[in-house]
Ligand binder design. Structure first.
Ligand code: INI
Length: 158
């Protein structure tokens, strides 16, 4: 039996891109900080001059798939992370935004073969979103861990 799984060590040979939505940036900036902290602690160079990490900003979660597609097609990255926050209480078209964003990101990942971590929070209130972005725990940290695992796993399969 062959057991195939991603590793969290040896991240030094991965190149990662994060795409972040500015909408609800009180939340998405905190997710980004959590992501970067985790990547740094796993050996990724996160400095200003890093060639291992790029961060792209988009207006909102609806724009995440298009920019993720462009980055994934470039062939420069082993894994992408998309970060956003869609809050039901403040968003009458919550379902439209979240459906387009989630389906678009999944489609880009399958089409390009590049793993894309879906780090878009969907909550009823801003309070819940903030709790998941650091006030209680920071899900950004977990999204980065999932990225390391998937980047390593896909590398071992290719
Ligand atoms: N984008 C979000 O990321 N979160 C939201 O809660 C949100 N709301 O509330 O509408 C949102 N809208 C903007 C959307 O993602 C696009 O940027 C906009 O429609 C322009 O295409």
């Amino acid at each position: 039996m062959v057991s195939i799984e991603g590793r969290f060590t040896n991240a030094s040979n991965l190149k990662v891109a994060i795409v972040v939505a500015r909408f609800n940036d009180l939340v998405t900036n905190k997710l980004l900080s959590g992501c970067i902290d985790c990547l740094k602690r796993h050996g990724i160079d996160t400095s200003e001059t890093s060639s291992q990490l790029d961060v792209a900003w988009v207006p909102g979660s609806m724009e995440l798939p298009l920019v993720a597609q462009s980055l994934a097609r470039s062939g420069r990255y082993q894994v992408l992370i998309t970060l956003g926050a869609v809050i039901r209480g403040d968003t009458p078209h919550f379902d439209v935004v979240i459906n387009e964003s989630s389906k678009g990101i999944a489609a880009v990942s399958r089409e390009t073969g590049v793993p894309i971590i879906f780090g878009v929070l969907t909550t009823d209130t801003m309070q819940q979103a903030l709790e998941r972005a650091g006030v209680k725990s920071n899900l950004g940290w977990g999204f980065a861990l999932q990225a390391l695992e998937m980047g390593s796993l896909m590398k071992s399969l290719n």
